[in-house]
Design a protein around this ligand. Structure first.
Ligand code: HEC
Length: 132
């Protein structure tokens, strides 16, 4: 009887700890996933603006500024990684591409397209290395 009670207590405690651990893991990934989800939404919006031929500095500024601000959250959201120095290099490349897009306003939609491609390339570069 005592063995059975001990077993049941053990099972209940096991389930509780598993639930707690799973919640902790989920909290851990909400921040990085959130940063990436917003970045990706901003890129989609930029793409839509280009398709609508709204490519002036003013048309693109708010999305680019959000992308620039999100650049400050990449390391806080993801570190530690398997290689933090390498990760920060990729994050720096991303920030530089966004800064360039902000600093040199597109003269045409084709120009804006190139600037977005440059930003996109930095996403892909980091994902190739760090996204499982
Ligand atoms: C410095 C590295 C880095 C840069 C730059 C980067 N990402 Fe990511 N991204 C990651 C990593 C690492 C993951 C995998 C996260 C995971 O598995 O939890 C990821 C995952 C994602 C995901 C999937 C999120 C999910 O819920 O699984 C999306 C979407 C995404 N990134 C979009 C982007 C876009 C768009 C850009 C560029 C504007 C970008 N990322 C730039 C590192 C980066």
């Amino acid at each position: 009887m005592r063995a059975l009670v001990t077993l049941i207590i053990g099972l209940v405690a096991g389930v509780l700890f598993t639930v707690i651990a799973m919640n902790t893991l989920r909290k851990g990934t909400a921040y990085p996933n959130g940063v990436m989800a917003v970045m990706s939404a901003q890129l989609v919006q930029l793409d839509q603006r280009l398709k609508a031929e709204a490519c002036s500095k003013d048309d693109l500024a708010s999305n680019l500024q959000t992308l620039a601000a999100l650049g400050n959250d990449i390391e806080p959201a993801f570190l530690p990684t398997a290689d933090d120095v390498m990760f920060s290099t990729y994050a720096g490349d991303y920030r530089a591409a966004v800064d360039r897009a902000l600093a040199v306003p597109a003269a045409s939609c084709a120009d804006a397209d190139k600037a977005l491609d440059a930003i996109n390339a930095t996403c892909t570069a980091c994902h190739t290395q760090f996204k499982s």
